[in-house]
Design a protein around this ligand. Sequence first.
Ligand SMILES: CSCCC(=O)C(=O)O
Ligand SMILES: [Fe+2]
Length: 185
Amino acid sequence: MRAYWYDNLPGDQRLPHDSGRSVPPSYLSSLGILHFNYPSLTSVNDLASSRNYTHRDEITISPEKMGDVYEEKVKTFFHEHLHEDEEIRYIVEGGGFFDVRGKGEDGGLDGDWIRIRLERFDLMIMPAGIYHRFTTDETNYTKAIRLFKDEPKWTPLNRGKETDENGYRKEYLKMRDGAEAVAAQ
Ligand SMILES: CSCCC(=O)C(=O)O
Ligand SMILES: [Fe+2]
């Protein structure tokens, strides 16, 4: 795992877009993001049961596996969205990028994109309500396990006026900025 500020330059979303400015783990945790490196599935299973995740599926995002819909899927995943549940992803093979919004400057709610590079054995937990997006990298191959509390269901809520007002979004901001207010004391 490596996190850095997205360079915001034009070009394929699958390129690294590395500005060269790293984002430290402490900043990611202040956004409510957790990361682990689990070379064995046993640890993934333990984490799943400790958080009451009883369902999972395995997704292979690649042109070979998905055929013609691959490019379309990759664009859908890259549309800025949030979920009303936390999102847990474990990379089994290949790699990919999750982009998440940093904090805005001067108390603004949303800042610039942070790119999080995930590789084999990386497990990431993103809190409900965080704006994010996903893309494969130039190798066009991500095999990941998605953990769910109930039946596997992926419901992205694309960013808009409605999601800005979403209760889970508001809860997330309270947690994020509340945590910061406490840390600053
Ligand atoms: C690597 S999982 C696919 C992307 C995804 O689940 C998401 O963007 O929410
Ligand atoms: Fe998502």
